[in-house]
Ligand binder design. Sequence first.
Ligand code: CTP
Length: 210
Amino acid sequence: MARYLITAGPTRESIDPVRFLSNRSSGRMGYAIASALLELGHQVELVSGPVNIEPPTGANTTQVESALEMLAAAEQLWGQCDGIFGVAAVADYRPANTSAEKLKRQADTLFSLQLEPNPDILATLAAKKDQRLAVGFALESDPSHNEAKRKLVAKNLDFVALNGISAQGAVQSAITLLDGADGIWQLGPAEKSELARELVRAVGITASRA
Ligand code: CTP
């Protein structure tokens, strides 16, 4: 039996107590991968941003909000895991300052928000992966493999799953899976639950014998 870490869902980056920056990620793909791994008898550490779906039964779930919280939770768990699937749609930036008070509307002035970059969670963890498995996603408007390959190398991944913008929030999806050599696998289109099973198989994970 192996133990896998999955980051899933969006992150929320607070502007003030009532407002945040986020994205359209539903968490479905990450949760489907968690289910597929559990079906094969593996253990799952699911670190999830805020979503409207239930975590699969049997997953150890840690709920977080921001990218910094997601990184802290994932770093804590990574030492006990055999692989990581970075499926979260981590906000690339967070407000440089979060207001403790609700910001007031000012009718006659332009408002600008200063943003600072968030850490790359998957790259941070995969840098310390040794022989462990690291799988990432690349959500791209451009269907060529260039950006996905660049991310695979930059983040020290074994595989990258390329999908289009339409995958976000959708029930069905399709993936082009790439490895660090010339391997290319077309997975789906299929419901994310089936696509996740195909993905887990394609990266070489088999049923636990324990
Ligand atoms: N990722 C991460 N932490 C970040 C950004 C991305 O862990 N701060 C992970 C995602 O979970 C995904 C992969 O890195 O597995 C690629 O995410 P993507 O949003 O496609 O790429 P970015 O690296 O953010 O690059 P860009 O937004 O410029 O395309």
